[in-house]
Design a protein. Sequence first.
Length: 416
Amino acid sequence: MRSGGLGSRPQQVYWEQQGQDRMCALHCLNSLVQGPVFTAADLSKIAVGLDEDEKKLMEVGDSKDLKAFLAEGSANVADDGFFSVTVIIKCLEQRGIQCIPSYRPDVIESMQNPSKEEAFLFNLAEHWFAVRKVNGTWYNLDSMKVPSIIGEFGLSAFITAVVEKGYSIFVIRGFLPQPDPEDVRRCSPHQKYLTNAQIEKMQEEAKVKDAKDMKAAQDLVNSKEGGGESSGAADGDSSSGPNFLVRNPHEAPKHEWPDSGGQRLGGGAAAEAVPAIGEEHIDLDEDPELAEALRLSMETHKQALPRPPEEPTSGRAYTVQVRLPSGGRMVRKFAPSHIIKHLFHWLEYEELSGVEPKLSMRGTWSLVVPFPKKRYARESEGRIVLYEGTNGGVDVSEVTLESLGFSNQEAFNLQL
């Protein structure tokens, strides 16, 4: 076994075990920096700061919007310990560490040769976990599983497998310290420094437990098929029998979001459009044939547009609100697997109050996030290009909303 550089002490890696909560963001951050560095209080402080920044932006607009924003609660932290991607990025930035989405052009090469990097973050269905290189060895440090060693040649296969499952990937760059087992004095019971031998033992124990649980599940099924008495686990009674029906700690809290799609919120009747100078005003009431021809033309045009996907009726969803130039609002739900282009298709398909000409007839238009400043621009040939800060645009047309870091609620301004 290779030495960790401290005399004859074997190599160790830091890992945190998750309980019945959704603290996976905290656990994977500490796995990245290889020690009990961050606390829930640290992440909560960042989340509260982000909430305050968002509140200040909302105070500039409609008071109804502010009341709705305050009633919805925080989008950056939940009572059960879940933290948003924005909190994770801010937390790492404070230590000079970058968290870069894998669709960015400057990290595409990393996805083709991942062993040149030092760490990755993975996310699916609000669960975060880290894969980190420690003293030359790659480890999967998922807080919901037993840690495992990934061979350098197996890293590409591992990443390919998680991508096929729908995970979003972030490349981590910056100074990442090696583990210091002397920090064990500061560790809680769920925070551990492990040798490779201990990891291998944990893997074997997990296989034995999985086999027992599988047998217990099969015995339960057989007893039901044979007409035998059901065990307490099946009845929800934990007082008898093996209860392997454990609550999924990553199941998001259920909220009652609006069920209808394409609502206009807070927007009364749009002001009557005023013809531009030199623009002839046509009274369609005096020419019903022309009015009918225009109606059929618009209907044909709309039928040719891509239809937006159906709104999700179950499972996790993002609620997207768009403020229109008229002051009205549109709101709709999207699934994490929907791509950003679907959001643009929705707005082009709808008849937006006060927007003339229609979005589908415009060359370019944008959806803007005030803070942190982002602009999604519809450009030539229907491409959706993301502009952040002073960075050049990145084509994200086919990128999923989850990979773009969408939170449960997103608000945009429509910019013509």
